[in-house]
Design a protein around this ligand. Structure first.
Ligand code: C5P
Length: 297
């Protein structure tokens, strides 16, 4: 198993895991325009990496590498996290951060939030700041809704905008095929399109509450419910087609992660099962996919 922190010759390498939403329910729209959520999030072993090194000059230098084009400018969530940490400690630390981006953007996998959380954790370690978790959570909440989940975890029920974290103190081992369509989905647009179904919410809320009370994560995950699917699919019908095509292979239910575009399918941990499912999806559907497991931290 890969560790989160690894000391390298030049600095500190920190892994930023992606997440999937094992269940995502929308309880309704709030007066502030946000949507009230109930979602079970699980970290997976699919990572960006951030390398923290001493910087010769003052301030922060951010370099972005990897498969995806990403601005290294002030709008990058890593900068926002750095500013929040510096604001909290009242001084600046010269540091060079090199992001190696592997988690696709606009995929519902929480890559940006995870990078931000990893920046907070990484700076604390790299510069020996000694900030307690309470302070890290305070900084994380100011950076974005999903950031605090990535400071803890690896499994939690998240409510409110997604920022209220209730850790699930249980190891839920799972394996999934993660489909990565070449599509960047706007979370904002998916929520704008969202039409609330109060009856569906009430039904699924009761089911989820029952499973969580019994710590039955397997049944919760097998609900295969993400209430953002209709609005995401209205914007991107090809994702709905992809879901239907993969389901027609008879491998199981396919679920959207977050507001999309990534989709996943839970598979058995029996040897060869994931490999077989992955080959079928690649060869018969032609979608890029990888096998992932729950992450342990
Ligand atoms: O969390 P993030 O910044 O990715 O959210 C993007 C947009 O999605 C928000 O500005 C808001 O319009 C919408 N959103 C929402 N309810 C949530 C989370 C996000 O309406 N719980």
């Amino acid at each position: 198993m890969q560790k989160q922190f690894e000391v390298r010759t030049t600095g500190l390498l920190v892994r930023a895991p992606a997440k999937i939403n094992l269940v995502l329910l929308v309880a309704g729209k709030r007066d502030d325009g946000y949507h009230e959520l109930e979602t079970v999030m699980a970290k997976i072993d699919f990572f960006d990496t951030l390398l923290f090194e001493p910087s010769p000059g003052p301030g922060v230098e951010l370099l972005c590498r990897g498969k995806f084009e990403l601005s290294a400018g002030p709008d990058n969530l890593i900068h926002k996290a750095v500013r929040a940490v510096f604001g909290h400690i009242g001084r600046e630390i010269p540091v060079r951060i090199t992001l190696n981006k592997r988690i696709p953007l606009g995929a519902g996998l929480g890559g940006g939030s995870s990078d931000a959380a990893t920046t907070i954790l990484g700076l604390n370690e790299f510069a020996n700041l000694g900030l307690p978790m309470e302070s890290l959570l305070q900084i994380g909440a100011a950076v974005g809704s999903d950031v605090n989940f990535f400071l803890g975890g690896p499994l939690a029920l998240c409510t409110g905008r997604g920022e209220r974290i209730s850790e699930i103190p249980k190891i839920f081992d799972f394996r999934a095929i993660l489909m990565l369509p070449n599509q960047n989905v706007s979370t904002k647009m998916v929520y704008e399109r969202y039409v609330h179904d109060a009856a569906q919410y009430a039904r699924q809320h009761d089911r989820l509450a029952t499973y969580l009370r019994r710590s039955d994560l397997e049944s919760a995950a097998r609900m295969a419910v993400n209430m953002l699917e209709p609005s995401c699919f209205a914007l991107h019908p090809e994702l709905n087609k992809l879901k239907a095509s993969v389901e027609s292979l008879g491998l199981g239910r396919v679920t959207l992660s977050g507001s999309g575009s990534a989709l996943y399918l839970l598979v058995s941990a029996l040897p060869g099962q994931a490999q077989r499912a992955q080959s079928m999806i690649r060869e018969q559907i032609g979608c890029e996919c990888i096998t992932v497991n729950n992450n342990r931290w």
